[in-house]
Structure formats: C-alpha cells, structure tokens
Design a protein around this ligand. Sequence first.
Ligand code: ATP
Ligand code: BTN
Length: 333
Amino acid sequence: MSTPSANNPLEALRPVLELLADGEVHSGQALGTALGVSRAAVWKQLQKLEQFGLALESVKGRGYRLPGGLNLLDAAAIETGLSAAATSLLGELVVADRVDSTNAQLLGLLERGGGHGVAMFAEQQTAGRGRRGRSWVSPFSGGINLSIGWQFSGGVQLLEGLSLAVGVALARALAEFEVPDVRLKWPNDVWCRGRKLAGVLLELSGDLTDRCAVVVGVGVNVGLPQGAAAAIDQPWIDLNSVCAGIDRNRLAAAMLNQLLPLLDSYPECGFAAYRDAWQDLDQFAGRPVCLRSAQREWRGIAAGVDNSGALLLEVDGERRSFHGGEISLRGQE
Ligand code: ATP
Ligand code: BTN
C-alpha cells in the first residue's frame, strides 16, 4: 500500500522540523542557510508548522525553538526495533503525519479487501475515536496512535477478551521501558498512578460469523500539551510525566513486537492465556466499584475477570459476571 500523500501534509516541512527537533534556538538566518531557502521562505514554513498545533516559540533577537523538542515517528527507525517474529507478521508499516483516525483508515482498507497485517501510526488524528462515539485526543506528536488490521476466519467469538489481552500486551511493552505503576482498568484502559495513560478500541468488519477482520486501535499518551489535553474530561497522564525520555520509535516497535504475535496466536489460545497476567495488573481488584450501563448501575466489589474476559463483581454476597460493550466501570473510593 502506498502512503497517500494526503496523510503526509508535513512532507515538505520535514527538513525544517528535523532542524527544530533538538528543542534549541535556531535563527531564521541559520535555518535559511541549512535549508537553502530565503528567510522569508523560512518564515512561511514556520507559520505552517503552527497550523499543526506545534507550539513554536519566538525568542527575541535570537530565533525560534520548539520547547521540549520533537521525537518524530520514522518508519525505518521503527523497523530497526522489530523482533524477527513481528517482522515476519507485519504486512506493511505506514507512518502518516495526519489522518482522521487510524482505525477509520484501517477499516476502509479492510473493507476494500486489504489491510491484513498493516500497522498504521499517525502523528496526529483529527477525529481520533474512543468507545461509543467518544473522542480520543491525539495532538501532533503527543503520543502513539496505532491501528493494526487483522483478518481471521472462525467468527468473532474467537476474539472474546481481545481488548483485555491487548491491555496486557501494552503493559508488557511499557515494562520494557520501566514505566512504573502501570495498571489495567476493565475493559479497555491502561492506567498509571490512577489516571488514564492509554486506551484500546477494537472495531470489527466482515461476516461476524465467519471470515471477518478486526482493527486493533491503541492510543498511548507520551507528551500531551496542556492546551490539547484540556478537552479530556477525566484524569489523564502521559509518559513524560512519569518516565521522561522514552524514544517514541522504540516504544512503537515494542508495541508491534507484543501486538503482532498476540494477534497471530489469539484465535487459538484465546483470553485464558492472558487472564492471570491481566489480573496481576488489575487496578480495581478487591475494591468497591460501580458499573454503569445506559439503563442502570450495579455497586459491588471487583473480583477480577473470567476466562472470557467478563468482569466479575461481588454484589450482596453473590458473584455476577458482566461482558464489555455498553458497560463502564468507575471506582467508588
Ligand atoms: P469506559 O470504557 O469505562 O466507558 P472511558 O470513560 O475511558 O471508559 P472510553 O470510550 O474508553 O471511555 O475512552 C474515551 C474517553 O477517554 C474520552 O471520553 C475521554 O474522557 C478520555 N480521553 C480522550 N482522549 C484521551 C487521552 N489522550 N488520554 C486520556 N484520556 C483520554
Ligand atoms: C478508548 O479509551 O476509548 C480507546 C481510545 C483508542 C484510541 C486509539 S488512537 C489509535 C486508534 N485510532 C482511533 O481513532 N482510536 C484508536
């Protein structure tokens, strides 16, 4: 699959971005010389960067800088970090500058008969999505936005519990970078220090009783600018505030190293192979929680998950199980 140029509107600005990526001050003149263009042309390019939400700072009498610098995603750097297993399972790696939603892009590919094994990363999503029509805030270079397409036969029941298993895979990838205090919140969140660090969104297409496909969408916050994060209506956290300096390309590769083998083996091994690992990371195990659907709510003590990934809740001395879908879990403490 060739990368549609519409997904890479920054292509012409890559050289100036790479110069500014070190976070240091660069004069207009130095940028012009390095790029082989006039100062007026530099100025135009810098204005365009701001349209991507990049907080370019003008330092009086000295030049311009991107505070904090930039660690851009790069397909070659991601490929370098892939394991042999992930390399053999990867159909294609796409790194886009800006898309509506990597999940939407992958679903489109799958509906056109392609997409198996395709992993798409995007620096920015303009319509990043969460569950049930909610949105996922994904400003330029603020995190890892990844979707992987996977086709399989045997019907959707083979994927029971997959969003929880993906959470385990993400926790394992984060453990490689010694990210502290990572926990999982049923059914699809990765938390850190009691706040949301990452989310998982699975979307299906095809014949759900036979040959079908899943898009595994994952968003991880790396360094969310405060301005963009103002739109998030619950406690959130990013990696930079707990464990600064993680290379996004290495993290992207670590995620693929976990997720591709997971997808390959999941129809055979199912959630049972991940249940213990999930329970070891359970944010709410043994704690009072409230489950809400559109119609009602249940209060009880969270008691882990069963072999299908259903949440177990102790309600008035009775153990009940709840499947994902329309249900939200909140702590009661
Ligand atoms: P539940 O699955 O229990 O309903 P949830 O409230 O986390 O949990 P989701 O649909 O899973 O809902 O995720 C979308 C929500 O995540 C958004 O409504 C918003 O509150 C939050 N959110 C959006 N972007 C981010 C982000 N970058 N980091 C953390 N949280 C975010
Ligand atoms: C959630 O917590 O509800 C899930 C958030 C999932 C966000 C990721 S970012 C990459 C992929 N593309 C999307 O539009 N959503 C997922």
